[in-house]
Design a binder for this molecule. Structure first.
Ligand code: NDP
Length: 448
């Protein structure tokens, strides 16, 4: 066997890369990991974690409003964006430190430089140093995709939104996917006027239609504006520092910030994969087999760079399976069936399994049970917003094919219920479980 500097060289210290590096090291491998920005990757540094903290922070607006009917009054309640922002960024630093410690305690060498592939068993650092490794794992993640239009340099993406100097009064958000809807909720709750602009006429493509309609209705009633079938034409900076956003077939909209959230693409530009004979897919993704192996036997790839399911827990599982397969003598693959997901919009929505549309297309004969209810907490607070839960079942077995929920705490509730869906339980199994009263989750076992 040829001599290599390392058994494993990981490029990218995000969720997938860190898990793979740590587990490979615990299997006895000599491991190094290169990161050009900060250990932790998108999820920890500029994604899920800081976003969720902003969701919590902004949710106090609703809580304070509802508190009145619960007997509380808050005179002069004030919000300070800089305080929240700095506290969130401080927590990101804390987690970044924890990730660094994890790598250290597992004996993984950290190299804080950009690394690119330079042949089947070699990586090249930005300093010019070349390192050899028996295996290379590419886990560089994705990057916000910004469509081409004049003035796009004036827009921000989810990379910058966590660092805003001030809360914008007027925000235009391009796209109507996860990031757009989550930030629309955060900024709207914090007092910004938000306009969501999408190229198509849907929000959250891929989620169950009734839930999307419910979210649209509730967020509109909360003051978020939507413009559909409106591709961006150009953005022009005004003398007062604001921007005119020109859309096809519409009057321009004035905005203080423009957030582009039109998808994320694998970050494979200039990564040198061609030096190992690896051809990229249509979106720049690295094609891999079920073991996350590329067309080059010594190079693997996990996480968003492979464009399978762009979710942190999936990347983590892929990293774990890779390390167990290659270094743990335990061939493992990831099961992509029934992966639950959630959008932390306000209210949030969550789903697992097939949507009603998908189930109908796949099975033809299906049945839908639902519960359309006003949570007790909302009734008391005189908040009109209703929750909606849907259970999609196969006929005649009544096996649950999908579960979809919108309403307070939907992601928290769905995670537990997803176990039942993944286990292949039936509507009868749900009904056999006694309701936990009074709760919103009890609707799960009371659907008609
Ligand atoms: P999404 O894929 O969710 O949404 C992209 C949006 O941009 C859609 O509304 C789409 O329109 C529109 N769009 C796509 N391409 C173009 C284009 N060329 N021009 C104009 N508009 C376009 O992407 P996000 O950026 O919101 O998020 C990226 C990924 O990050 C998600 O797919 C998700 O996997 C992950 N993520 C997960 C979160 C979670 O789990 N809670 C939170 C945030 C991100 P159309 O209506 O035509 O589809």
């Amino acid at each position: 066997m040829a001599d290599f500097d390392y058994d494993l060289f990981v490029i990218g210290a995000g969720s997938g890369g860190v898990r793979a590096a740590r587990v490979a090291a615990s299997h006895g491998a000599k491991v190094a990991i290169a990161e050009e920005y900060r250990i932790g990757g998108t999820c920890v540094i500029r994604g899920c974690v800081p976003k969720k903290l902003l969701v919590y922070g902004s949710h106090f607006a609703e809580d304070l409003e509802d508190a009145e009917n619960y007997g509380w009054s808050f005179e002069n309640a004030k919000f300070d964006w800089n305080r929240l922002r700095d506290h969130v960024l401080g927590d990101v630093d804390r987690l970044n430190g924890l990730y660094e410690k994890t790598l250290e305690s597992h004996g993984v060498e950290r190299i804080m430089e950009r690394a690119v592939v330079n042949g089947s068993n070699t990586v090249k650092l930005s300093s010019g140093r070349e390192i050899s490794a028996k295996y290379i794992l590419v886990a560089v993640g994705g990057w916000p995709f910004v469509p081409e239009f004049e003035g796009s340099e004036h827009c921000i993406t989810s990379n910058e939104v966590f660092h805003l100097d001030e809360l914008p009064k007027r925000v235009v958000i391009a796209g109507a996917g996860y990031i757009a809807l989550e930030f629309a909720g955060i900024l709207n709750a914090l007092g910004s006027h938000v306009t969501v602009v999408n190229r198509s006429n849907v929000i959250l493509r891929g989620y169950d239609e009734s839930l999307r309609d419910r979210l649209l209705q509730i967020t509109m009633s909360r003051g978020i504006e939507y413009k559909f079938h409106c591709p961006f034409q150009k953005v022009v900076k005004r003398e007062d520092g604001a921007f005119d956003v020109h859309l096809e077939g519409q009057d321009p909209i004035i905005a203080d910030q423009i957030l582009v959230a039109t998808g994320r693409r694998p970050k494979t530009d200039g990564l040198g994969l061609e030096t190992a004979g690896i051809e990229l897919g249509e979106n720049g993704e690295i094609p891999v087999d079920e073991y996350s192996r590329t067309s080059c036997d010594s190079i693997y790839a996990v996480g968003d760079v492979t464009d399978r399911i762009q979710l942190t827990p999936v990347a983590i599982r892929e990293g774990q399976a890779f390390a167990d397969t290659v270094f743990g003598d335990k061939p493992s693959t990831v099961d992509y069936d029934c992966v639950p997901s959630a959008v932390f919009s306000q209210p949030p929505l969550a789903g697992v399994g097939l949507t009603e549309g998908e189930a109908r297309n796949t099975y033809g004969n299906i049945k839908v049970y639902s519960s359309d209810f006003r949570p007790m907490k909302n009734v008391f607070a005189r908040r009109q917003e209703r929750g909606l839960y849907k259970l999609i079942v196969e006929v005649p077995t009544e096996k649950v094919l999908g579960l979809h929920m919108i309403g307070p705490d939907a992601p928290e509730i769905l995670q537990a219920a997803a176990i039942a869906v993944k286990a292949g339980l039936t509507k009868q199994d749900f009904d056999n479980t006694v309701a936990l009263h009074p709760s919103m989750a009890e609707e799960l076992v009371l659907m008609r």
